[in-house]
Design a binder for this molecule. Structure first.
Ligand code: DGP
Length: 112
């Protein structure tokens, strides 16, 4: 079981900021910005390379919900960034697909 599944089952505590039947969002334990949450499906999709066409609807709803989460966290107007790290070079560390939502400070481009 992944760490995010354990959080979804309330076996590990996390600051949950948004929840729906099949996905939820919680504060990242190692925040890289004043606002840093992870939007995560409750069932494991093992990274982008493990996604299948049947995941598209869920992933689409997670993206659509990100604007409500950004609003709730006060960064909808100031701006925010969504990130999916895929693979070693991108720094992916948890093999359970997740979208980072970062905001609350100006960000550089290109990312480091
Ligand atoms: P990534 O590097 O893209 O795979 O991001 C994984 C993120 O997950 C990383 O920013 C830290 C976060 N994380 C890992 N374990 C936990 C945990 O137990 N609780 C919380 N809230 N976040 C975690």
């Amino acid at each position: 079981m992944t760490i995010f599944e354990k959080i979804a089952r309330r076996e590990i505590p996390a600051a949950i900021v948004h929840e729906e039947d099949d996905f939820f969002a919680f504060k990242d334990v190692n925040p890289q910005a004043p606002v840093h949450v992870l939007i995560v499906p409750k069932r494991v999709i093992p990274g982008l390379s493990g996604s299948v066409p049947g995941d598209a609807e869920l992933l689409g709803r997670m993206l659509v919900a990100s604007k409500e989460i950004a609003k709730k966290l006060g960064v909808a107007e100031s701006g925010y960034r969504l990130v999916i790290n895929h693979g070693a070079d991108a720094g992916e560390s948890v093999p359970h697909l997740h979208i980072h939502l970062l905001g609350g400070r100006a960000m550089a481009w290109p990312p480091g």
